[in-house]
Design a protein around this ligand. Structure first.
Ligand code: PEP
Ligand code: MG
Length: 590
């Protein structure tokens, strides 16, 4: 008999598979003293664990190099060099000579190193903390004889459903797609980046399950339904057959939607809407182009960095941007400069920040590291020769940031000219409106930029002071809150007055009811995950803009998000009926 746990639908798809429980946490270590005569054997035991960890890392390195390439594999070099560090091994041996058991000696030295690195003034060393943690877990697991929970050690073809407490985007990109079929996490929400990335990778995912890692032991047969946010444990054969039937129905519905790809996104009263795709990894570009998207409304370039120990160089970035531009054959492609920080971090991250989403993130980090930023800007200006590029800056709060970025773009162009490299110097520059500061004071920014794109994922988080990735707060994360609707409306008005484009590229646009609301608020450009393009197109083609405006006006007058939702839903139902897909992904649909 099956039992179900409900979570938040994060990435659609039904998968029947077996649980691979991942506990990638530093285990607890008890204080243990060894007698003098056991010291040399204990030192030997430490070196044996180290050698075993090294062999394991070498195997992983080889496998990742074959599947993902040399750059991805380089993350293991850092960990290998930590294992071989003489100061570290000497420190551990020293403590064992003072009669500490090997696991305790190693634990103490690693804790000391992690603290030291985490507080270091050099970003390079701070970034090593994640590697230290990985080595810490790996060697301790061997010394304590714990089961192998390695995130990347699932055998290929296992059809494993990875169940874990939380997953960082950097771990997600390392997952071997040939063995992991779906992801389930206790933590997270629909707008957490792990959910966004899972959608990009086409990996079905349910997040916010809260108790999955305690309810499951590993090895159980489960069904994960990423469209409804459900995890069924030990289903019967009949139940599995029913899921397969649903899977087939979904495929048929999706095929019907894909027929819309060639049609225009135009409302019944003739208002033309531009639908673009969000592309998170360059490999997605061709499929996104086939979805019927008229360009890219947001390329999240930081996914070139997360899960990697170092920044991609100018040529590698140039190739990635060029690939996306060429896939879209002259349609606008908006590439956002690095939004690193928050929950999107390279291997190692920046662990010293107490409030990462209010911290050293996105444009702040880029402006503080102009050398690094100019590499990206040069790659972008070069790539602009191959299509219709627009550059977008994330997390803008003040005009100074825009002006500083403009100066760096001019410098990057100057450098390319000096090198005799062909490029465009006049690439349009736009900004994300994703902080209340930018939305309220949009009039100070509009005259200096070529377009606005509203990032509702962050705008909702910062306006409502609700962490976008916190599963416990998911019901409070309400994009239809009056404050959010007013900020969106205001942004549209400011853009219209300044005669610049305004789009929405947050997840809000991909949910049918919300897309209807945005249309009514005057948003005529939206960018959504490629899979959602046909769905949003269907809504646009089923309604009149006039009807959407009436509904949005009522929503703007509502006193709460729930009332606004009711105003919108009843008016949308008037024209398209009560199809359940309309409510997909709403915060309270869990
Ligand atoms: C947003 O904040 O809405 C957005 C599109 O950017 P990201 O999700 O990458 O923060
Ligand atoms: Mg954002």
């Amino acid at each position: 008999m099956e039992r179900q746990i409900r979570g938040i639908p994060a990435s659609p798809g039904i998968v029947v598979g077996y649980v691979h429980l991942l506990r990638w946490e530093v285990p607890d270590v008890r204080h243990r003293i060894i007698p003098d005569e056991g010291v040399s054997a204990e030192i030997e035991r430490f070196h044996a664990a180290r050698a075993q960890a090294r062999d394991r890392l070498q195997q992983l390195r080889t496998r990742v190099e074959a599947s993902a390439g040399p750059e991805e594999a380089a993350i293991f070099d850092v960990q290998l060099s930590i294992l071989d560090d003489e100061e570290l091994t000497r420190g551990v041996a020293e403590l064992i000579r003072q009669n500490l058991a090997a696991e305790k000696a190693f634990d103490e030295v690693m804790l000391e190193w992690r603290n030291r690195f985490a507080r270091h003034s050099a970003a390079m060393l701070r970034e090593r903390v994640g590697d230290l943690t990985d080595v810490h877990i790996r060697v301790l697991s061997l010394l304590l004889d714990l089961p192998d929970h390695d995130p990347v050690s699932v055998p290929p073809g296992s059809n494993a459903i990875l169940v874990t407490h939380d997953l960082t985007p950097s771990l997600t990109v390392q997952l071997d797609r040939s063995s992991i079929a779906a992801i389930a996490t206790d933590a997270g929400t629909r707008t957490a980046h792990v959910a966004i990335l899972a959608r990009s990778l086409g990996l079905p995912a349910v997040v916010g399950l809260r108790t999955a890692t305690t309810d499951l032991h590993g090895g159980e047969r489960v069904v994960l339904d990423g469209g409804t946010g459900m995890l069924a444990i030990n289903p019967t054969d009949e139940e599995i057959a029913a899921y397969h039937e649903r899977q087939r129905e979904e495929e048929v519905a999706e095929a019907a939607l894909s027929e819309l790809a060639a049609l225009e996104a135009v409302t019944l009263d003739g208002v033309r809407v531009i639908l673009r795709a969000n592309v998170d990894i360059p490999e997605d570009a061709e499929a996104a182009a086939r979805s019927g998207a008229e360009g890219v409304g947001l390329m999240r370039t930081e996914f070139l960095v997360v899960g990697r120990p170092n920044m991609p160089d100018e040529d590698e970035q140039y190739r990635a941007y060029r690939r996306v531009l060429e896939a879209f054959e002259g349609h606008p492609v908006i590439i956002r400069t690095f939004d690193i920080g928050g929950d999107k971090l390279p291997i190692g991250g920046f662990p010293t920040e107490p409030n990462p989403f209010l911290g050293w993130r996105a444009i702040r980090m880029c402006l503080d590291q102009p050398e690094m930023f100019r590499v990206q800007l040069r790659a972008l200006l070069r790539a602009s020769m191959h299509g219709n590029l627009r550059i977008m800056l994330p997390l803008i709060v003040t005009l100074d940031e825009v002006l500083a970025a403009r100066r760096l773009i001019a410098e990057a162009s100057h450098e390319l000219t000096g090198r005799g490299v062909q490029h465009r110097a006049d690439v349009p520059l736009g900004i994300m409106i994703e902080t209340p500061a930018a939305a309220v004071a949009g009039d100070t920014l509009a005259p200096h930029v070529d377009f606005f794109s509203i990032g509702t994922n962050d705008l909702v988080q910062y306006t409502l002071a609700v962490d976008r990735g916190n599963a416990n707060l998911a019901p409070r994360y309400t994009p239809l809150h009056p404050a959010v609707l007013r900020l969106i409306r205001r942004t549209v008005e400011v853009a219209e007055l300044a005669d610049i484009d305004v789009a929405v590229c947050g997840e809000m646009a991909s949910q049918p009811l919300m897309a209807f609301a945005l249309l009514g608020l005057g948003v005529h450009q939206m960018s959504v995950a490629p899979r959602s393009v046909p769905l949003v197109k269907r809504i646009v083609r089923s309604v009149t803009a006039a009807h959407a405006e009436v509904a949005a006006s009522a929503a703007l007058r509502a006193l709460t998000a729930e009332q606004a939702r009711h105003e919108l839903a009843s008016r949308l139902a008037d024209v398209v009926g009560n199809a359940p897909y309309l409510y997909d992904g709403l915060p309270d649909s869990r």
